[in-house]
Design a protein around this ligand. Structure first.
Ligand SMILES: Nc1nc2c(ncn2[C@@H]2O[C@H](COP(=O)(O)OP(=O)(O)O)[C@@H](O)[C@H]2O)c(=O)[nH]1
Ligand SMILES: [Mg+2]
Length: 261
C-alpha cells in the first residue's frame, strides 16, 4: 500500500527463468500483489515462478497455453490486476534490465494525483555507456529518432516511449480499449497513443538500465517491425485527432490532456 492505494506489479514473462527471482526480490514493500504471466516459455520460467509463488503469497502466477505474444501477455496481466482491485499497476519486464526499486517513486507520482501514467526513462539523466553495460548505440539512435518523430506527431515532450517499465492508474486501464491493440510488441506504443488520445497525464522519471545477454533478446528484424509500427501509430494519432482517419484502437472522441488536479 502507498497512501492507502493498492499497488500491483505485473510482469509479462517470456524465458525469464534466470532473472525472475532477482526482479521480484528487489521490489519494494509497498507492493501488495505481483502478477506473473508466462507466455509459454521454452525455459524453466514456469517452474521458477511456481516455486516463488509458494513462498510469497503476493504472487499470482498465470500461464498461457501457447505463445500468444508480448501484447497478449500484457492484456492478461492488466485484466488480472484489475480483478485484484488494484489502484496503481506497474508493469516491468522480469529480465532485470530495469531497477525494480523505483516502483515506489513511480507509484508515488500517480498517488499524488498529478499523473495518470508514469514511464521510467532510460534516456533521462546520465546513463551507462554501451561498453559499461548500457544501451547499445544502435538502439539508442533508433530510440532517439522514433521518439523525436513521435513527439512531433503527438505534440508531446517525452524522453522516450519504448521503456519496459511503466505505471498506470486503474482508471487508465479501465478506460483504454486494450483488447483492440496488437498482440505483438507494438502493443506498448498503441497503449501510449491511447493514453494521449484520451487525455491522460503522462510523466516520467529517470531509471538506470542494464544490458546483458538475458535482458535483451529481440533481434534486428523484430526491432524493425516494432519501429515501423511506432511510426504508424504516431501517424494514426496525428490523423485521428484531426478527424481525418478512423483508427480501430482509438474509438470515441479525442480528449484534451487534463490540467493538474
Ligand atoms: N510474452 C512474450 N514476451 C516476449 C516474447 N519475446 C520477447 N518477449 C519479452 O519482451 C520483453 C522485451 O524484450 P527484450 O529482448 O528484453 O527487449 P529489450 O530489453 O528492449 O532489448 C522481455 O520482457 C521479453 O521477455 C514473446 O514471444 N512473448
Ligand atoms: Mg529487456
Amino acid at each position: 500500500m502507498l497512501e492507502k492505494k493498492n499497488i500491483t506489479v505485473v510482469m509479462p514473462a517470456y524465458n525469464a527463468a534466470s532473472t525472475l527471482k532477482k526482479s521480484i526480490k528487489d521490489l519494494p514493500d509497498i507492493v501488495d500483489n505481483i502478477v506473473v504471466v508466462d507466455d509459454y516459455s521454452t525455459d524453466k520460467t514456469v517452474k521458477v515462478a511456481q516455486e516463488l509463488a509458494k513462498k510469497d503469497k503476493r504472487i499470482y502466477f498465470l500461464q498461457h497455453k501457447n505463445n500468444k505474444g508480448y501484447g497478449a501477455n500484457q492484456k492478461t496481466c492488466y485484466k488480472k490486476a484489475l480483478e485484484l482491485k488494484s489502484d496503481i499497476v506497474i508493469m516491468v519486464h522480469p529480465d532485470y534490465q530495469y531497477s525494480p526499486k523505483l516502483a515506489t517513486a513511480m507509484a508515488a507520482m500517480i498517488a499524488s494525483g498529478h499523473y495518470d501514467v508514469v514511464l521510467a526513462s532510460r534516456i533521462l539523466g546520465k546513463q551507462l555507456e554501451p561498453n559499461e553495460g548500457g544501451m547499445p548505440k544502435w538502439r539508442w539512435v533508433s530510440n532517439r529518432i522514433l521518439t523525436l518523430v513521435q513527439n512531433i506527431l503527438c505534440n508531446n515532450k517525452m524522453s522516450e516511449y519504448h521503456t519496459g517499465y511503466r505505471a498506470f492508474s486503474a482508471e487508465v486501464l479501465k478506460k483504454l480499449p486494450l483488447e483492440q491493440n496488437s498482440d505483438d510488441f507494438v502493443f506498448d506504443n498503441q497503449m501510449l497513443v491511447q493514453v494521449m488520445y484520451y487525455g491522460f497525464r503522462m510523466g516520467e522519471i529517470s531509471c538506470p538500465t542494464r544490458y546483458f545477454e538475458e535482458a535483451s533478446s529481440i533481434n534486428w528484424k523484430r526491432s524493425v517491425v516494432y519501429g515501423l509500427g511506432v511510426l504508424k501509430s504516431s501517424l494514426q494519432y496525428y490523423l485521428a485527432i484531426r478527424g481525418k482517419m478512423k483508427v480501430n484502437y482509438l474509438p470515441g472522441k479525442h480528449i484534451a490532456t487534463r490540467s493538474i488536479d
